[in-house]
Design a protein around this ligand. Structure first.
Ligand code: 5RP
Length: 227
């Protein structure tokens, strides 16, 4: 296990310790969230997990966690999920794993959200990690041009790139496409978030603002908490 993996694991295990029997728990997506799911399963608590992706649903089920769908369980008490960047005020970029829409739906339905990450994810300014933007497939090239305009309004003069894997466009669990915007620096995340949401065809974006209540960051010296 490399350093980043060890830090992700430590953060995931620290978050699993926050869960109590009887809770409905949002289960994030990605390698850090997978450590959380594994540590949670090992505790053998009486909980219901609400997964944020098919991959997480498969993992949780394979480990014996009872799962439920968003809206079909009691209110979600706590969601634990990873992030691609953790910025000032627990502003986040998410969506590196193409699960941002289901993640945001689950986060917004949760009483409390904890982000878990390795130390390299903590940044002073969001934007070095390309911002994922989920768009409907119909007319996506036109939507991408309109995303350019929205970025330009925010003084970000770049064109987003369609995410591909093995040469093929990546499809989300919902069948949508992902464009990645290499913003560099996002000086005003809330302004950019609003501009992107105003584009017809954009389903959502990876800026998670005012959603995380706490962060557990794995560092070489142990897990630190940010609020
Ligand atoms: C998936 C996500 C992930 O939480 C994010 O990409 C972090 O992944 P990892 O824990 O593997 O570094 O937002 O859509």
């Amino acid at each position: 296990m490399n350093d980043a993996d060890a830090q992700k694991r430590a953060a995931g295990e620290a978050a699993a310790a926050l869960v109590q029997s009887g809770m409905v728990v949002g289960l994030g997506t990605g390698s850090t969230a997978a450590w959380f799911v594994k540590a949670l399963a090992a505790r053998k608590l009486d909980i219901i997990g609400v997964p944020t992706s098919q991959a997480t649903a498969d993992l949780a089920t394979s480990l014996g966690i009872r799962i439920g769908e968003l809206g079909e369980t009691r209110a979600i008490d706590l969601t634990v999920d990873g992030a691609d960047e953790v910025g000032p005020g627990l502003s986040l970029i998410k969506g590196g794993g193409a699960a941002l829409l289901r993640e945001k739906l689950v986060w917004e339905a949760s009483k409390s959200c904890v982000v878990i990450a390795d130390a390299a994810k903590q940044v002073k300014t969001l934007g070095k990690f390309p911002l994922p933007i989920e768009v409907v497939a119909f007319g996506h090239k036109t939507t991408a041009l309109r995303i350019c305009d929205a970025l330009a309004e925010c003084d970000i003069g770049i064109a987003p790139a369609l995410r591909r894997k093995d040469g093929e466009p990546v499809r989300t669990d919902g069948g949508n496409l992902i464009y990645d915007a290499h913003c560099g620096r996002i000086e005003e995340p809330a302004v950019l978030a609003a501009a992107l949401k105003s584009v017809t065809g954009v389903v959502d974006h990876g800026l998670f603002l005012d959603l995380a209540d706490r962060a557990l960051i794995g560092t070489p010296d142990g897990v630190i908490e940010l609020e």
